[in-house]
Design a protein around this ligand. Sequence first.
Ligand code: CA
Ligand code: CA
Ligand code: CA
Ligand code: CA
Ligand code: ZN
Length: 747
Amino acid sequence: MFSKTLVATAVAATLTSAYWLQSETQPSVESATENTGRTTELRKIPSRHLTTNNSLPPPAPIPNQLVANLSSSSTVNSQAQRNTGSHQSRFPQQRASDDDNIFISHSQKQPLFATTADDARKLILQSGNQHLQIQQGDDLLLKTSKRDQKGNVIYKYGQTYEGIPVFGRELVVQITPSDEVGLIAGQFESNIKLDTSPSMTASTAMDIAFSAFKETPTDTPTVLEAPQLVVYTDEKIAPVLTYRVVVEYNTLQTGYKKEQVFINANSGQPINHITLIYSAFNYSIHTLNNQCLSQNGSGLPGTEITKDDGEHAAGVDANSGHAYWFYKHMFNRDSWDNSGRKLVSTIHARFQGSNGSCGSDNAFFTGSQMIYGDGDTGLKNPGAAIDIFGHEFSHGFTSAESNLTYQNQSGAINESISDVMGVGVSIWKTSGGSSTGNPSSFNPTDKDWDMGEDAALTQSWQRHMDDPEENGKSKDDYNDRYTGSDDNGGVHSNSGIMNLAFYLLSEGGTHPRGNTTIDVTGLGAEKALQIYYYANDNLFTSSTNFEDARQKLATAAKTLYSCEEWEAVHQSYDAVNVPGTRGDECGSDDTGGGDTGGGTGGDTGSGDAGDTTQPPSSGDNIALGSAYSASSQYSYNYAPGNATDGNTGSYWVSRNIYNPSSTEHILLNLGSNQSFSQIDINWGGSDAAGNLSVYVWRNNQWTYVGGNSGSPARSVNFASTQGQYIAITMKNGLYRRWYAIKELEIH
Ligand SMILES: [Ca+2]
Ligand SMILES: [Ca+2]
Ligand SMILES: [Ca+2]
Ligand SMILES: [Ca+2]
Ligand SMILES: [Zn+2]
């Protein structure tokens, strides 16, 4: 049985409310069941020798089979590999937008294996060089271990750098009952270069930061979680050493705030604020001191009342039951935190509006409870609306599992999951779901696909899953997504992109405004809900963006059902123009199991290089598949592996070289000791080096075997030598931009 509490605001004493807020923290995710060591020594230090190169990193001791699996372009479906297809004829004119997504799906041809969490961690660290560019100081810390209903184990790791957590950089690994790796996916920050000793104490940094907030706090912010050293980074901000602190405060401009703040640990400047209040509707939701809910104000959670306290209370009481039993019967989930947590709902709340007045329009989730105003001009009794209640309840589900950061794309996905599950409760109830069980079939009505229509007095307060743009605010196409900073980066408008993909996955059909022509195969609401639940429960990470979500939802569909459902998920994201290609989880596009054959309509991001097996080149080139690491790479589209994939349309490209004498290198692993006497480089035009040097790893050091100069230097010949690991260094770039290698051959 579930338990719940109904409370009214503005009754409890101030001290009680302050204590209550401080004693409540964000629900923590399921605790890890295994511990891992925090650092791994991957490298040996070479001893000095006259003809050796001590500035090169030694090769990591990599198990050969893993290298073979991960470096083969025909079996790896990573972001880097997949992108080479659509970018092969282009060359970087400016730095591509930062993309730290990693997606390596199960390969039927060459599976990877792991049993324990530490096996999986080592597999990523030691064999993931081509994709993750692992360097000294990088590690993965196990955060959660779960087992799904199919017997798969899912480990989630957080990235650390020199033992310090890297914010928002997490990887999940799904391992099948037969110990095959089903998926390695998430976000990883490569090539962090930071001094991890802060020059300021946390309290000095906070003093500076609090006076530098854009909106001035009316009083010293209350610290809810003590400062912790964290490497902060996101799609716009390069890694920086920060103190992360959770604070609560009021401002004159927009009232009450509860947020995590990242403060530069060397300057005290605030780097980013991320709200911990998840709102249902308002594009900026706040409360104000004295009159409205605030830091020291009206007394959350308030005084307990019953369902007899009027219409709103009765509605909240009923919806507590619907939401609880929906999650229990559909997903075997025990309340929003899956530990039977009591549902606390506060009604009669008042919040500050954009004009500074105190109003009652909105509903939100604070990280520990739901709060509803009674409504003014926009809403009436929102907690009594089943879809709004389900929406707020589902913010609890998300905060307990994926914990999607409530900003930009991950924030829009957080909002969409709440809309998806909110309408899910409504559809389930409409179809006959109750405390005794699930409906026998799911039959959504048009009202079910509208969000908030029972409480919203005007169109702008509603959302429409089947046609997001109907409300005049929401987006329905990835190409039209909002990229500004209002509304936490458009979380309530960009959510429409995923909302429409969900609707099409459930009901089938085409984009309501004809943006694309693909006809999505509908799976019905039950399957669609199960797929979204599984992905948010097990696979999404805190920085999951639309491209990552598309791939993980497809994996969820295949995990729970079959390749037919996997194909339908891909179709639904093609329909809203979220880029992404079909890897070889289900074979190629043509054999993917989709029964409509419509795998490419509207697919702007297609180019499935991951499925193309390159024919071996003629002759005795032994370099194919051997490049696994480099001193740098321009972006994920230009991974080192592209230099030895047998395809002259794909490149490894170094970072910008502002100084032509800057030396870059690429490392090769032949898989075993082999003989060779010549290296040939097919450069990308004039982005070539004037000097090449070749080293072989021998007796634990890099030993020089030959070099050449030219405009450019193309070939290096030397007396036949032997080795498994080869390093090629290049300098004197002809064009001073970067080094680009189409293909590199060894004979
Ligand atoms: Ca990055
Ligand atoms: Ca509805
Ligand atoms: Ca409608
Ligand atoms: Ca190539
Ligand atoms: Zn919300």
